[in-house]
Design a protein around this ligand. Sequence first.
Ligand code: ATP
Length: 244
Amino acid sequence: MSLLSLNNVEVAYDRVFLAIKGVSLEVGEGAMVALLGANGAGKSTTLKTVSGLLAPERGEVRRGQVTFRGKDLLPLSPPERVAMGLVHVLEGRRVFGHLTPDDNLLAAYPGRGAQSSFESLRDQAYAYFPRLAERSRSKAGYLSGGEQQMLAIARALMTEPRLLMLDEPSLGLAPVLVKEIFSIIRTINREQGMSVLLVEQNARAALDIVEHAYLLENGSVVMSGSAADLKQNPDVQEFYLGGG
Ligand code: ATP
């Protein structure tokens, strides 16, 4: 069953520039899906359209529908979308550098209306990311880039999402860390049935963990398919996987 669905969505910046031009895509319940493409292809804009975080005054949805759990998302505010079970980890790991990981997690915990206690969610997040538990009392600003990315994901888990949207979690990280973080994301998906929409320029790493992917070029989906099929595709190999 489809959890998130975009149908022919068009988004313009500053009234004239079309950043996405009729994008349609689906994320099924419990699925892991990647949105791949080069710099400026429209990946972040697509995620922001879903979470409601398009630049105010500049970005607008011109056309199309976005539904989540069968409901029209577009009239809802970003917090209402979070309350429905949708969370967006922005590019660039924006953690609170002056707070400890514990306090970063607490700041993300919704409190009233939450299904689980803060302590149980925090302990679960630390079980997925044991490195964070070790650093739980140092300021987040002192954590490594990889640890900050882990914290950004752990923070998103505090809202108990049904859909976790991640924007470029691999950015600037060493390959071994990308592997570690992607494998944890996969484990969370398997154990909790949480759907994942992963935006990546690192197509190789992404296609190793997702089941399905969409390729975005200049604001349009130019190809989509199973990860296995895309990995075999000669164009994908040449342009996205660096020649195989
Ligand atoms: P990146 O990996 O660089 O984030 P992307 O695929 O996520 O790339 P977007 O960030 O969605 O691409 O950008 C798509 C296009 O929209 C780009 O040409 C970008 O310059 C433009 N754009 C993005 N944000 C804004 C904004 N706030 N105002 C005007 N144009 C924007």
